[in-house]
Design a protein around this ligand. Sequence first.
Ligand SMILES: [Zn+2]
Length: 296
Amino acid sequence: MATADSLQRFTFDKSHVRGELVCLKKTLGDILERQSYPEPVNALLGQLLAAAALLSATVKISGLLTLQVQGNGPVQLLQAETTHDGKLRGIARIDSEKTLTQGNILGEDGRLIITIDPDEGRRYQGIVALEGDNLATSLEGYFRQSEQLATRLWLSCEQGVAAGLLLQELPKLGELQEEMEVDEDAWTRLTHLASTVRDDELLHLDNEQLLHRLYHEEVVRTYDLEPLKFSCSCSKERLAVAMEQMGYEECQEILDEQKKIRADCQFCGQHYSFDQSDINGLFPLQSAKNQVNKLH
Ligand SMILES: [Zn+2]
């Protein structure tokens, strides 16, 4: 699979349609090996990660894109994050009291939240109702509601490989359009052809083979592969912010009991620990006061 762990954009000549293909293999393996989710959960998380990569490439900002699925079924939360430069991480939270049944993993009345945190500028958030366990359909609903750009998605994940295909109709640019000979039926035809894609083709053909299989009668232009990989943005400094929010008293209470405050990153499993000197450094005023009190 020559095109694994990358995203590739493509366009069709004489049409206002663009596309993207994504395939995650090592990236997905690196994310899943840190957890031990049941296979159906792995499959949904894989699809969500593929979707995050596809969506991130449609948003032209530098920053973080997060897809969060909140369900009331056996899986309460699925989260996939990607940076504009292709660093992905993801997580699932499972309600162990509920049994996983195929097709009802996320339950009913769930929601899908799309958050974009640009490095500069304001955070954007969109929420859409979840359509059962079908993430692709739910995301199409999001584009219908918010972007008003017709968008179709195909997602698949099986046995350690996740893949996705996205087609999007681009806004027509008034004057330019008149100069160009534009194929007005392209959207209908191209999405119809895409919907003939089978899961095994999406997962196991490389991009060139797949585009040939779907579009051998079209003129497809492909762009450079954009590499994707697992990477976690956690750090002791970031966890320190959470400690500060917890407050001095609570931190000191744990320290008095356990000598250290231990915290593990949910995404990558990295262990962090804070000792007395860390906490003194975070809360210099309170800790100095506490020491004075102890002397008296
Ligand atoms: Zn981490």
